[in-house]
Design a protein around this ligand. Structure first.
Ligand code: COS
Length: 384
């Protein structure tokens, strides 16, 4: 749903200019230093990028899902690490509070997330619990007005920068599976919360992940999301439904950027006396990429509109994430192929995108988890 086309156009133009003029020129530097310059972070805050999807009453822009994916298409046209910094505040690091938080939790945390004063992170995955999220073992034992958390969370995006963590932990000790899991807001600096060293990754330099370790970490009972135990797994799944549409949108943006770079290169690079873009085997790669991007873009917009209409989008979000992330991988591969030897060199930047986009098929649910979600929903719907 687009509320006011003119306002959205202005926002998209502003983001597009910021991406082109400020972020693209810094891509190589950020990859080399593994750090986003503070001045760029400050500009992101000024533009309101940390609060795109946080409701206006809490200081955000309150974009609808359709508006948000249009913005994400533009943000996608540069290194994904830039988006990663503010994406958790719009997505998995804040949505638990937006969707299921109490009024006090919203009032206390959302304005700080919307302004970028604090970064939010989402702590679900553990050393022995990844795709099987419901098998998580981090425990939260009630002790008067506190919960005492013990356990380790792994691969937590933005954990080194985070001011708060949405933590899924087991409040019912002997429970198995999704039942017995509750969600908490844990503030950085809470005694008993420690961070592991920053992990070295294949790509997305500038975006950081690390372990988050809880050892008798006492969290106020008021920080139980929604004030209700045992609904934390559902909160996590609802957060991921939205997150998956957003990942699909960023896949579309990055794929458009890579195809644009590949097309420009193919029109400049000459072999056999003419630009390689005139060769049909190169054209096939360009055309297949264009068609697949168009398909993914259409899926993302459709899924976003359905979510705006209040429909259950579990299946559509999984379809969009599955198709768009796989599409993005294929486009990256073709882009490197079109660049040829230059595609393998760091100097041209395309190999960096190739490494960066590999993550999209893994995080916020692997391709195989999306397949499982889609098929399960199909079977359930048929059986009903
Ligand atoms: N929205 C709301 N509720 C949901 C939901 C959704 N999208 N998906 C599941 N639920 C509910 C179910 O309805 C069920 O509730 P009831 O017990 O009341 O019926 C409960 O949650 C448990 O669901 P389910 O039985 O489907 O859980 P499973 O353990 O079988 O599997 C999958 C769930 C595999 C889908 C889940 O573990 C998953 O998404 N794994 C991937 C995790 C992930 O993406 N990790 C990435 C790291 S975080 S960036």
């Amino acid at each position: 749903m687009i509320r006011d086309q003119e306002t959205v156009n202005i926002l998209l133009d502003t983001i597009s200019r910021f991406v082109r003029e400020r972020l693209v020129p810094q891509e190589a530097h950020v990859a080399e230093t593994d750090q986003i310059p503070q001045e760029l972070v400050d500009e992101m805050k000024e533009l309101g990028l940390f609060g795109l999807s946080i409701p206006e009453e809490y200081g955000g822009m309150g974009l609808t899902m359709e508006e948000e994916v249009l913005a994400t298409f533009e943000i996608g046209k540069t290194s994904p690490c830039f988006r990663s910094l503010f994406a958790t505040n719009n997505g998995i690091g804040a949505q638990g509070i937006v969707i299921d938080g109490t009024p006090e939790q919203k009032r206390h945390y959302l304005p700080k997330l919307a302004s970028g004063e604090i970064i939010g992170a989402f702590a679900l995955t553990e050393p022995d619990s990844g795709s099987d999220a419901a098998s998580l073992r981090t425990s939260a034992r009630r002790d008067s007005d506190f919960y005492v958390l013990n356990g380790t969370k792994r691969y937590i995006t933005n954990a080194p920068e985070a001011g708060i963590f949405t933590v899924m932990a087991r409040t019912t000790p002997d429970s198995r599976g999704a039942q017995g899991i509750s969600a908490f807001i844990v503030e950085r600096g809470t005694p008993g919360l420690a961070l592991g060293p920053i992990d070295k990754k294949m790509g997305q330099k500038g975006a950081h992940i690390c372990d988050v370790i809880f050892e008798d970490c006492r969290v106020p009972a008021a920080n139980l999301i929604g004030g209700r135990e045992e609904v934390g797994f559902k909160t996590a799944m609802k957060v991921l439904d939205k997150g998956r549409i957003n990942i699909a949108a960023v896949c579309v943006g990055v794929a458009e950027r890579m195809l644009d770079d590949a097309l420009r290169y193919a029109m400049e690079r000459k072999q056999f006396g003419k630009p390689i873009a005139e060769f049909q085997l190169i054209q096939a790669m360009l055309a297949d990429s264009k068609a697949e991007i168009y398909a993914a873009r259409s899926m993302v917009i459709d899924a976003a509109r359905r979510r705006d209409d209040g429909l259950d989008v579990g299946t559509e979000a999984a379809c969009a994430k599955l198709f768009a992330s796989e599409m993005c991988g294929r486009v990256a591969d073709r882009a490197v192929q079109i660049f040829g030897g230059a595609g393998y060199l760091a100097e041209y930047g395309i190999e960096r995108f190739y490494r960066d986009v590999r993550l999209f098929r893994i995080f916020e649910g692997t391709t195989q988890i999306q397949q499982l979600v889609i098929a399960r929903n199909m079977i359930r719907a048929q059986a009903d």
